[in-house]
Design a protein around this ligand. Structure first.
Ligand code: HDE
Length: 722
């Protein structure tokens, strides 16, 4: 595989990982056999009594094959069922031993192998990649001291504060139980019923309604550990820490209308994008960022560090970028690796520890429990993708699908028959010891009052968005609530939104044709039983920044960087091949790529040659590309003008705010579009991302500059209704 070759050197550790994958099999040049290793000669016909007679029960070859097939599926994950993964490495920039003793965070000479699985949350395994949803971002670090799993999401907060509510939340967002509708969508009654009754969800609801929930690529989204963890240094000192992944390609989104079309045109859009990028050697990269808070500062914030519905604004604690993760190898086998990988929040290594975040505490139980039913027994750590590179020795034995053949007579500790092995590891030997946090408390079912502010950070998030992003949030909520059939739920949610931002609530209400209800209207099950939910007034704290620059995707997208973007070059018979070459050259120089698309599988160029396009108009659509280019050649443009699919290609690209470039010779095609009437023929068109020029070289150059802005969202603002 090209990608594997391109990785080049294998360091000591990744070699070890490969050695551990001893269960690999390749059928290249081999005879077919049964699972008992018996070669056989016919795999097309079952054994019968006569060639038109009944099948015979003794056909062990048929029965073995069919039995295996009948059991091919394992239960999909209850949440995060739809996922895709890749291998890679993590390299540290900066020794963090002041804060932690974890080897992969202190030894800058190491390359730690990683396996990363991205996922959507609500949909089934076969659902679309472009659902409006949170994305899972789970990283398994195979460190020399054992596996560390950072099981995070692409949003830094969560819907609930206490694990007790997780099954309810998941039941509410999943398809409704009576008819199993809708698939992979939160736009339905039960989700909004739940979140409108649990105002602790409000902050996360806004993230989920923002463009973060419809990323352009898994390679272009942030990741977060969500909970506050602890780092522990060699002296035993503890620090609070929040984990961040910052994508080096910046953060980018698609338009919602675009997402819905992609779901039909290519439901594997994200999965394909990741796979192809890695195959092409465009290795996705993220920097690992840490926000570190000394223990002594625990109570200095206007929110509780243990509350997973809160961020620490970067203005209060900056994110230190301490290392880089590069994904450089696709899995060989989706099932064996991506499906069978088992992440667990409790997989930590010495130098990292938990906090009392009540959501995290519940997760510490859930992840092993779920693997027992999904992977069938307690030995899932022996599946190659889950094996640590650190050696494993203990007295655990047997169980379903045990792979290890333990030697010797001792399977207990303490023992003398085994010479006392395996030995206990003290601190000096790198043994894990839990942080000795002092706890002095009553045993209660309760929530700390410091968790009661449900709206300040929701408002912070909303206020920090640019105008186009605010519009996207408003439209997303209009869409979702528009699908909610129960009026009381819609109304209750408007009441909740009104506590975040009056204009937001008013705009959503206008779109729904409803009125914002007077306050307080909603019941609130986010408050303890001793508070009357009807009269409960939410606590809103005013401290902290009004806006946070890190929260807007658009504000954090590097302009000018168009690496790995995909351009559609629309052509037909009579196209000027020289124009195609000019744009291809300009794009390649900037790290982007072009695909030539024609009405049929072969075309004749203006220069007289024959050309095979990469794709035809029948199999692709503009939603699968970042920008569109129409080269010169009057015949080509005239042919495209007569093709509904070609005109629609341009219309959609314009609607989704993408950069467009057309040779002046393609004017007939341009005039056939819906947006031709919006053009002025002046510099304003270029500022609006539509470039027209008669010179192919200049057109290509201006096009690359326009692509540097990614999208021209102002087109939507001009048309927005309020
Ligand atoms: Fe998970 N979660 N979760 N979750 N979660 C699972 O584990 C759970 C939560 C996350 O690619 C399950 O192996 C509980 C927060 C990711 O394989 C399950 C609670 C965050 C993945 C489970 C949460 C996550 C999972 C399903 C609340 C972001 C996919 C299958 C107490 C920080 C990992 C499985 C992969 C998967 C339980 C909340 C992230 C059922 C009980 C918060 C990325 O164990």
């Amino acid at each position: 595989m090209a990608a594997r070759k391109a990785t080049g050197k294998t360091n000591k550790v990744s070699k070890k990982v490969q050695d551990l994958a001893t269960n690999t099999e390749s059928a290249d040049g081999q005879f077919i056999t049964t699972n008992q290793g018996v070669r056989y000669s016919d795999d097309h016909n079952s054994l019968k009594a006569g060639d038109r007679g009944p099948s015979l029960l003794e056909d062990f070859i048929f029965r073995e094959k069919m039995t295996h097939f009948d059991h091919e599926r394992i239960p999909e994950r209850i949440v995060h069922a739809r996922g895709v993964a890749a291998h890679g490495v993590f390299k540290l920039y900066k020794d963090m031993s002041r804060f932690t003793k974890a080897g992969f965070l202190t030894d800058t000479g190491r390359e730690t192998p990683v396996f990363v699985r991205f996922s959507t949350v609500a949909g089934s395994r076969g659902s679309t990649d472009l659902a409006r949803d949170v994305r899972g971002f789970a990283v398994k670090f195979y460190t020399e001291e054992g596996n560390f799993d950072l099981v995070g999401n692409n949003m830094p907060v969560f819907f609930i504060q206490d694990a007790q509510k997780f099954p309810d939340f998941v039941h509410a967002v999943k398809p409704e139980p009576h008819n199993e509708i809708p698939q992979a969508a939160s736009a339905h009654d039960t989700f909004w019923d739940f979140v409108s009754l649990n105002t602790e969800s409000t902050h996360m609801v806004l993230w989920a309604m923002s463009d973060r929930a419809i990323p352009r690529s898994l390679r272009m989204m942030e990741g977060f550990g969500v909970h506050t963890f602890r780092l522990i240094n060699a002296k035993g000192e503890a620090f609070f820490v929040k984990w961040h992944w910052k994508p080096l390609l910046g953060m980018h989104q698609v338009a919602w209308d675009e997402a819905t079309i992609i779901s039909g045109k290519d439901p594997d859009f994200h999965r394909r994008d990741l796979f192809e990028a890695i195959e092409m050697g465009n290795f996705p990269e993220w920097e690992l960022g840490l926000q570190i808070v000394p223990e002594a500062d625990e109570h200095k914030f206007p929110f509780d560090l243990l509350d997973p519905t809160k961020i620490i604004p970067e203005e209060l604690v900056p994110v230190q970028r301490i290392g880089r993760m590069t994904l450089n190898r696709n899995p060989d086998n989706f099932f064996a690796e991506t499906e069978q990988v088992a992440f667990h929040v409790a997989h930590i290594v010495p130098g990292i520890d938990f906090t009392n975040d009540p959501l995290m505490q519940g997760r510490l139980f859930s992840y092993t429990d779920t693997q027992l039913s999904r992977l069938g027994g307690p030995n899932f750590h022996e599946i190659p993708i889950n094996r640590p590179i650190a050696p494993v020795h203990n007295n655990q034995r047997d169980g379903i699908h045990r792979m290890t053949i333990n030697q010797g007579k001792s399977s207990y500790t303490p023992n003398t028959v085994g010479g006392g092995c395996p030995f206990l590891a003290g601190k000096m030997d790198g043994g894990f010891a839990s942080y000795t946090e002092r706890i002095d408390a009553h045993k209660v079912r309760a929530r700390s009052k410091s968790f009661f502010d449900h709206f300040s950070q929701a408002a912070l998030f909303y206020n920090s968005q640019s105008e186009p992003e605010k519009l996207h949030i408003i439209n997303a909520i209009r869409f979702e609530l528009g699908k909610v059939e129960t009026k009381e739920i819609r109304e209750r949610m408007l009441g909740v939104l009104n506590q975040v931002d009056k204009d937001l609530a008013a705009q959503v209400a206008y779109g729904l044709g409803m009125k914002v209800p007077p306050q307080p209207k909603q019941l609130n099950f986010s408050v303890p039983a001793d508070v009357d939910p009807k009269t409960y007034q939410p606590l809103k704290q005013k401290q902290g920044p009004e806006r946070s620059g890190a929260l807007s995707m658009i504000a954090n997208s590097p302009t000018g960087d168009i690496r790995t973007r995909k351009v559609a070059v629309l052509v037909a018979d009579g196209v000027r091949e020289g124009d195609i070459n000019a744009v291809k050259k300009a794009l390649a120089a900037a790290g982007a790529m072009a695909e030539v698309i024609a009405p049929r599988g072969v075309i004749k160029t203006a220069e007289g040659g024959m050309m095979e396009p990469d794709k035809t108009l029948r199999t692709v659509a503009s939603v699968l590309y970042d920008a569109v280019y129409v080269p010169g050649g009057a015949n080509s443009a005239a042919t495209l003008e007569a093709e509904d699919d070609a005109v629609e290609f341009l219309n959609q690209a314009y609607k989704h705010c993408k950069p467009l470039a057309l040779s002046s010779e393609a004017d007939v095609l341009l005039q056939a579009t819906r947006f031709a009437k919006d053009l002025t023929g002046t510099e304003a068109d270029v500022e609006n991302g539509v470039v027209v020029h008669s010179n192919a070289g200049k057109l290509a150059k201006q096009f690359v500059t326009a692509m540097g802005q990614y999208r021209f969202w102002q087109r939507e603002l001009a048309k927005a209704t309020a």
